[in-house]
Design a binder for this molecule. Structure first.
Ligand SMILES: [Zn+2]
Length: 248
């Protein structure tokens, strides 16, 4: 087979993944043999869970499509591109259960604060992350492109920002979560749901001042941690309001 050239055009913010090697929305690749479009895309640095629509010479294809000759390849991220080809979109836009890699602790905490189910273990190795992701059908959040490129990853997202609040806004947008926010319903420590409890049920475990000033309590159904609207609460609420405003 004679070598041939494919030209990739990256739409939306997918050129984020090219930054290091070739700035700009287009890139060329020389191929010497039949190659799946997924392998072509990932060889340019773009993880497959970030690509929602692939057009090869104007026709929608899936990741297994084999490229055998010179072609123009258009790549669109989620929520951009033509309104056509609804049936050929490759990603689910909605997810409500996540797993975050060990570097995204603050993002995980933010998402839990907003009520989302986020598995997180700062010590977990990649293999364990992927196992839990598959077993519990979670969307993978990671800035490690190699990890996101793993074959078993079906749904995932690479936060563009390094700032946890901005990452939170990105994830809410990517997975269409704005209407699903349920702040202060999940344990920040262990991810289990919180349950309202009466003061009498927890009074033995409260500090004297907390006993005096607070009437409403929630208890984690997992680890038993008790939550109340203490001094840090208004700070958290302000942060939440800002995240909510930035998402809208
Ligand atoms: Zn807990």
């Amino acid at each position: 087979m004679n070598p041939f050239t494919v030209r990739l055009h990256l739409h939306g913010d997918l050129d984020f993944f090219l930054r290091s090697e070739a700035p700009g929305p287009s890139i060329e690749r020389k191929l010497g043999e039949k190659t799946s479009v997924k392998d072509v895309i990932e060889s340019c640095g773009v993880p497959h869970p970030e690509v929602d629509l692939i057009l090869v010479n104007g026709r929608p294809v899936d990741f297994d499509y084999a490229i055998k000759s010179a072609a123009d390849i258009e790549l669109y991220p989620v929520r951009t591109g033509t309104p056509q080809f609804k049936e050929q979109r490759l990603q689910t836009t909605i997810a409500s259960r996540f797993i975050a890699d060990g570097h995204l602790g603050t993002l995980a905490r933010n998402l839990r604060l907003l009520g989302f189910d986020v598995a997180y273990d700062s010590q977990a190795e990649d293999r364990l992350l992927l196992t839990v992701m598959e077993r519990e059908n979670r969307a993978l959040l990671t800035r490690d492109r190699r990890l996101l490129m793993h074959t078993v990853v079906r749904t995932g997202y690479c936060p563009r920002s390094q700032n946890a609040d901005e990452q939170t806004v990105e994830v809410i947008r990517r997975f269409d979560l704005l209407l699903c926010l349920a702040p202060f319903t999940r344990c920040l420590r262990c991810n289990a749901p919180l349950q309202k409890v009466s003061k009498a049920e927890v009074i033995e475990r409260l500090e004297p001042l907390t006993k005096l000033y607070y009437e409403q309590f929630r208890r984690c159904t997992g680890c038993g941690q008790i939550y109340w609207a203490g001094s840090h609460f208004s700070k958290l609420q302000k942060r939440l309001e800002k995240i909510r405003a930035d998402c809208a």
